[in-house]
Design a protein around this ligand. Structure first.
Ligand SMILES: [Zn+2]
Ligand SMILES: [Zn+2]
Length: 577
């Protein structure tokens, strides 16, 4: 009968094939090489001429050369492997792991010879136990029934196979979900652990480790900032877990505009705002800001988008903190208005001006010298410039900042006709009272572009439309924050002769080719630290587990009717009329 190929993960730590061979024949060391990716080739170094094309070349007659049966004392007991792993938690993380095929394992085992009676292994008496996830336990007996081998593919950490534990940790720490990796394992026919094992490990070990890592990191950020002693300049934005009104969570983050590091985040569940997803953002913002104020910081300025509730909250609760708007958000909204009006037949002349008008808003915010009055007048001067008038009445800004235009320049511009429909439509957009009020809050030239970059990273760790409970959302967001912050100061790559590296990219938004800097590769040292903590947590339980709630709690305001009733309703709906 042909056995289906079953693949398993084998750790190269304490109980590897290397050990098997070495224990059996101490005089002839073997070499493990991994020149073919995850394929391991074992060769006897005393016989280098042995064919390299054979994937596993093990030892044939050498076992019989051993006289002392005690040499076969290789029987990794539970306690032995536990003590080894405790001593070297770090080595479990750094230890190489291999993917082993069942058939290749059989080929290795078939070379075993009993040291007591010298008969070969009994192929019908090889017991492979694989009921603990990725762990494989093998017992091999000879024809006379002696135990030749009692071996585990992974060391133990506490009462858990290290491979199962580290696989779960690597899954979560890389932002993957159990469902994703389980489907990889299924296609590969890799022995794998259950959903229950994953969630247990996640709640007793991984989430406590992540949250502790985040708290430690946040405290060290706070210490550095307190030492610098400057009032904070923050920018913030909320991210919904799914679009629009169906959102269940809002995650708000506040970033330090000087270091581009995320200092605080807060997650609000829609049940906390009475089921109203539109109220989540302001509540999350409030909690975030409070975290920083409670830690003794003075906040000079907070830049956000023009969220209605946040602006009224800031006005009411924190009138002393300057509230700025993100320039990009305001420019985006102006662009949208211009697009709408310039598509009307009467206003067609406006279209070629749209991009320059948006650029002008950026330029005004950047060059107003922090003065809101100056900014507003600079912006309004636009309605004169487009009709070829460059000097105008005003309190602080009375003429355009560009050099006087030459006759040729004046001729080639497509000036608007004063008081034409296009000019009037433009004035309505530019001089709109609400917009002018908002523009006065751009005077510090704050932009939250770095937060946008961070949010796209959050999507890696918290994929949208994926069900997570609030605890998992926090932990996954913390992973994104750590990833972002530990890589916020990455330098641009340089060539061997010291020139900065760029790549050429096409941007859809501006429909232009641009040069973008290439940054040094990301560092994941913090993940390695967390993996070490995972081992320590498994051995010592130094952190409190979080409450296990596998299922997301329900957002429905009424309890579910009986299933039979719902099934009956569905059938009647689809029944022929
Ligand atoms: Zn025997
Ligand atoms: Zn001008």
């Amino acid at each position: 009968m042909k056995r289906a190929a079953v693949t398993r993960l084998v750790s190269s730590e304490t109980q590897t094939v290397r050990d098997t061979c070495e224990a059996a024949m101490q005089t002839e060391p073997v070499t493990i090489t991994s020149m073919y990716g995850d394929l391991v080739v074992i060769t006897k170094s005393s016989e280098p001429s042995q064919s390299q094309s054979v994937s596993v070349t093990a030892l044939t007659d050498s076992f019989s050369a051993i006289d002392d049966p005690k040499d076969l004392s290789f029987q990794p007991s539970q306690s032995q492997s536990t003590s080894q792993s405790s001593a070297t938690a770090a080595s479990l993380v750094d230890d190489r792991k291999f993917l082993v095929f069942d058939s290749q394992l059989d080929s290795l085992l078939s070379h075993l010879i009993c040291p007591i009676c010298h008969c070969p292994c009994n192929k019908d008496d090889v017991v492979k136990k694989c009921n603990e996830g990725t762990l494989l336990h093998i017992e091999v007996h000879c024809l006379s029934g002696h135990t030749i081998l009692d071996w585990q593919s992974q060391p133990q950490v506490g009462r858990m196979a290290a491979g199962n534990l580290l696989f779960c940790a690597s899954t979560l720490f890389s932002g993957q979900t159990f469902a994703h990796v389980q489907s990889i394992a299924e296609f590969l026919n890799l022995k794998f652990f259950s959903h229950t094992t994953f969630y247990d490990i996640q709640h007793t070990n991984l989430i406590p480790v992540i949250m502790a890592a985040w708290e430690t990191h946040q405290q060290s950020l706070f210490t550095t900032l307190h030492q610098q002693g400057q009032p904070l300049r923050l920018c913030g934005d909320g991210r919904m877990d799914s679009p629009g009104f169906s959102a269940k969570y809002c995650c708000y983050s506040l970033m330090d505009m000087d270091s581009d590091k995320v200092l605080a985040f807060a997650i609000v569940d829609v049940t906390e705002t009475g089921g109203k997803s539109t109220n989540m953002e302001v509540l999350a913002f409030e909690r975030c800001l409070k975290q920083l104020l409670d830690n003794g910081f003075i906040v000079d300025v907070v830049a956000t988008d023009r969220h209605v509730q946040i602006r009224s909250f800031m006005k009411k609760s924190y009138p002393n903190i300057r509230h700025q708007f993100d320039v990009w958000h305001v420019v985006k909204s102006v662009r949208k208005h211009l697009y709408t009006i310039s598509h009307k037949r009467a206003n067609m002349d406006l279209a070629p001006w749209s991009q320059s008008i948006c650029n002008h808003l950026w330029w005004c915010a950047a060059n107003c010298d922090h003065s809101a009055d100056m900014l507003e007048e600079m912006w309004c001067s636009l309605v004169h410039h487009v009709v070829n008038v460059h000097e105008f009445a005003g309190n602080v800004y009375v003429k355009c900042s560009h050099d006087p235009l030459t006759e040729a320049e004046q001729l080639c511009k497509k000036w608007l006709t004063p008081l034409s429909p296009a000019h009037n439509a433009l004035k309505e957009v530019v001089l709109n009272k609400a917009l002018l009020k908002d523009i006065r809050q751009l005077n510090d030239f704050c932009h939250t572009g770095c937060l946008e970059v961070f949010h796209s990273l959050v999507t890696k760790y918290c994929p949208k439309r994926q069900e997570f409970d609030a605890v998992q959302m926090s932990a996954r967001t913390a992973l994104a924050v750590l990833d972002h912050n530990f890589n916020a100061e990455r330098e641009q790559k340089v060539t061997s002769d010291g020139k900065p590296c760029f790549k050429v990219a096409y941007t859809k938004a501006s429909a232009k080719w641009v040069a973008k800097p290439i940054y040094a590769s990301k560092s994941y040292d913090h993940v390695s630290d967390m993996l070490h903590s995972v081992i320590t947590q498994q051995e010592t339980h130094f952190l409190e587990p979080v409450a296990n709630s596998n299922k997301c709690h329900n957002i429905a305001p009424v309890p579910a009717p009986p299933k039979d009733e719902l099934v009956a309703r569905r059938i009647s709906r689809f029944a022929p009329q």
